[in-house]
Design a protein around this ligand. Structure first.
Ligand SMILES: [Zn+2]
Length: 155
């Protein structure tokens, strides 16, 4: 860790992001929380947590409920586990949100959690419980993985 130069201390309004660009504000979240999230993403050693992952996860989670209605929805398993394709499974989006929430400081955490909770209640309403999740589902300790899903070949 290099020592801060006095000039750096006098210019706190010019954040230094190193190799990555200053983050865009995540839709619906404050600039402060977006920045905290970007920091978590940038410092994460996890392959699936990268700059922009939280924004993508929130968008995928919201998109899951389109079109709006009452018809039950089924998370879709993916055939490719790369960090791009994984998002086609909404449960992966929820995993990413969980992981980021856990690493955020208190206030940004509360703000992101508030958004996630709203989506969670819709998810509970629109998906169906899977009574055999413990037997066939990876990470069935996570409640959002104990819902009936479609396998890729089912389309
Ligand atoms: Zn892929």
């Amino acid at each position: 860790m290099p020592r801060s130069r006095p000039g750096a201390l006098r210019a706190p309004q010019t954040p230094h992001f190193g190799w990555s660009l200053p983050p865009d504000r995540i839709h619906g979240l404050s600039a402060r929380t977006s920045l905290a999230i970007h920091r978590v993403e940038r410092l994460s050693g996890d392959y699936y947590i990268y700059p922009g992952a939280t924004d993508r996860a929130l968008r995928e989670y919201r998109a899951f409920f389109q079109p709006p209605g009452r018809r039950p929805l089924y998370p879709q398993e993916t055939t490719c586990s790369c960090r791009g394709c994984s998002f086609y499974d909404v449960r992966h989006a929820r995993d990413v949100l969980e992981q980021v929430v856990q690493q955020l400081p208190f206030r940004p955490r509360a703000e992101l959690e508030g958004h996630v909770r709203v989506l969670d209640s819709r998810y509970r309403e629109r998906t169906l419980p899977d009574p055999f999740a413990a037997r066939r589902q990876w990470r069935s300790d996570r409640w959002w993985r104990r819902r009936l899903a479609r396998s890729p070949e089912a389309g």
